[in-house]
Design a protein around this ligand. Structure first.
Ligand code: PRX
Length: 635
């Protein structure tokens, strides 16, 4: 069986139409009418969507464009996203509905009604306040996939603190860099988390990171795996101890926030240097993710929704934590690995919990395809109504397998294109539109996109160019935390007034978009976003390495894999042992996901006359393709 990721997506290939039954049951806007309304009256459209949620005080202005590209949404509006995720339900029947069903890797489970989740969030918010956390403070969260991660995020938002979640798979160095950049006073972690039957020792990593992070005054530690950890007196506090003290009051007022007040920062890799913090706000972000999840997935009152993403990435923030709660849905959340203890783990849980909508990444599908159909076929997957995909282009083989084997040929695949920066889906179908495998279809209501050539002109249908977004949208990032210049430079300067996505794409005659991939120095490895600069600086921080270059090359399961070229310092010789040491070193500096697939020792790297490494040339060489224009090559 082939699961290859070769880009054989074709606009003239198969078109999948939704079944009449699904169309009859769907409660989603009629595409043309809704898109037309939003096109004619962008602010009116978003005001209408915002009115579907509760505000403490209405906005004076929907969109303020007076200081572009620092757009503001719902100016003057008072709100708190947590009010719409939890508070407003406590007075309705929904207080008794399940908000969250969680399963641990070992098979343990916990459930939370909206009432119970709200109570935990209130208690933890009270604890945060008692420890001196106030509106605007940054809180670093480094937790495994356990309910306390969601509780901690919501508790921060409730009191107006800005959460900065660091993915549990990132290393000490990555954690340290993010704590320092955000000047967090408080950190929340766990003794460990379960993954593949092993303990990931998060507290130990936090301890190491904190040796050089003087801003952190307290660390709250959740007991998950119960192995020995060092608790530093005064600084470290157990979550369960705090939650059993009178300070953990279940009565805690939700902070009234300005619509434009920050909700969270999330670090993501860009073209140059270290990862930077993308900043999202309470008002516009809330409206954007509420509306997109509602429409793209036709989320219904009695649905059980499962987004497999880790909350440490934007998909988890928008569509695992906030989006489902804003829609009053029941979410499922799983701690561990997809193949633990066997490759049917996910399918088993879909059956056990009766999941209706399942949202995952192409890399996961390809990984599970390798184990064959017998594993999913052992399970009753008929509860599934819709499937989703995110993180990278989905290749037609994976699309069709997902559709046929998991969706039983009935469930449409909602391929959602978006980014950490966009906060919400920007290109996505709804369940009732015709689908073409590998295309995320068309820009969502109120979103206008274009594909431009180098000179900034729209390219003809079928031609490749830079994907840009040409009008603002409510969940857009507001800035890069602490680096407004970079915000302007990275996203708004190549084509002034237009948001540069960093992706290349084509549009077909039906107006469907086909995202090809990143055109900057960002690599998507198994859907995870990494920068070549991070991998290269990790390599050159090793004493044996003089220079390094990283590129992404196609990989069957990962989509893209990291290949690196290394020039050694004099006195060091190439060897397999050194390769292993360098891989481990990158793992330590960035995280296991960043370990290079391949390390090639070289004497020289192709560079421009100004000394910039020409990764494009390395990539072409590695793939046996034409090196293109090399007139700027050094020699
Ligand atoms: O290249 C695009 C790819 O993922 C990038 C954004 O990565 P990140 O900020 O980590 O967010 C991932 C989850 C939203 C994009 O620039 N990408 C994301 N979704 C798709 C995609 N490429 C093709 N199709 C998608 N559905």
């Amino acid at each position: 069986m082939s699961i290859g990721t070769s880009d054989d997506r074709s606009p003239d290939g198969d078109v999948f139409h939704p079944t009449p039954d699904l169309v009859a049951r769907a409660n989603v806007p009629v595409w043309e009418a809704e898109a037309g309304h939003a096109r004619q009256d962008l602010t009116g459209y978003w005001a209408k969507r915002a009115q579907e949620l509760e505000w403490y005080h209405p906005w004076d202005q929907v969109l303020d464009e007076s200081n572009k590209p620092f757009y503001k949404w719902f100016v003057g509006g008072k709100v708190n996203i947590v009010h719409n995720c939890l508070d407003r339900y406590t007075k309705t029947w929904r207080r008794n509905k399940l908000a969250l069903i969680w399963e641990g890797e070992a098979g343990d489970h916990r459930t939370f009604s909206y009432h119970a989740l709200n109570r935990e969030v209130c208690k933890f918010a009270s604890v945060l306040k008692a420890l001196g956390t106030v509106k605007g403070d940054r809180v670093t969260i480094y937790l495994p996939r356990i309910p306390e991660l969601i509780i901690a995020m919501l508790a921060c938002a409730k009191i107006g603190a800005i959460h900065s979640v660091v993915y549990g798979g990132f290393s000490v160095e990555a954690l340290h860099g993010r704590i320092m950049d955000s000047h967090s006073k408080l950190a929340i972690t766990a003794d460990g988390g379960w993954l593949n039957g092993k303990i990931v020792r998060l507290k130990d990593m936090m301890d190491e990171a904190l040796q050089r992070s003087p801003t952190v005054e307290h660390v709250i530690v959740v007991k998950r795996t119960a192995q020995e950890v060092t608790m530093e007196p005064e600084r470290d506090l157990w979550y369960h101890d705090l939650m059993s003290l009178p300070i953990a009051s279940p009565k805690c007022e939700t902070e009234v926030m300005d619509a434009e007040d920050p909700l969270y920062i999330l670090y993501t890799s860009g073209t140059t240097g270290k990862p930077k913090a993308v900043l999202h706000t309470h008002g516009g972000y809330m409206v954007g993710i509420y509306a997109t999840l509602r429409d793209a997935f036709d989320l219904k009152e009695d649905d059980r929704w499962w987004c497999t993403a880790d909350p440490g990435w934007v998909t988890g923030h928008s569509y695992l934590v906030y989006g489902p709660l804003l829609n009053g849905a029941t979410s499922f959340f799983y701690e561990g690995a997809a193949t633990y203890p066997y490759p049917n783990r996910w399918w088993q849980m879909i059956e056990r919990y009766g999941i209706n909508i399942f949202y995952t990444a192409p890399t996961a599908i390809r990984g599970l395809m390798r184990f064959g159909e017998a594993w999913p076929n052992r399970h009753d997957l008929t509860s599934l109504r819709l499937l989703g995909s995110v993180g990278e282009p989905i290749n037609p083989e994976a699309w069709k397998w997902y559709h046929r084997v998991i969706g039983k040929g009935r469930a449409p695949i909602i391929d959602t294109w978006w980014q950490t920066e966009t906060g919400m889906f920007l290109i996505t179908p709804t369940p009732v539109v015709p689908l073409k495998p590998g295309s995320a279809t068309r820009p969502y209501f109120g979103v206008t996109a274009d594909i431009l050539n180098e000179e900034g002109q729209s390219v003809a249908d079928g031609e490749e160019g830079y994907l840009v977004i040409t009008s603002p949208w409510p969940a857009m990032l507001r800035t890069i935390y602490g680096d407004a210049d970079r915000y302007v430079k990275q996203y708004w300067s190549k084509y002034p007034g237009k948001y540069l996505t960093g992706d290349s794409a084509k549009r077909d005659k039906d107006g469907y978009y086909w995202v090809i991939g990143r055109v900057d120095d960002v690599i998507k490895v198994s859907g995870y976003r990494l920068g070549t600069a991070e991998i290269e600086s990790a390599l050159v921080s090793h004493p044996a390495v003089a220079e390094a270059a990283a590129i992404g090359l196609p990989h069957e399961v990962k989509g893209t894999a990291i290949h690196t070229f290394v020039i050694l310092r004099t006195g060091h010789n190439p060897s397999d042992a050194l390769k292993e040491e360098l891989r481990a070193h990158v793992g330590h500096e960035v995280g296991p996901i960043a370990k290079p697939e391949e390390i090639t020792f070289v004497d020289k790297l192709p560079k421009t006359r100004s000394g910039k490494i020409m990764r494009r040339v390395l990539k072409a060489r590695a793939q046996g393709l034409s090196e293109g224009d090399i007139t700027t090559l050094e020699d």
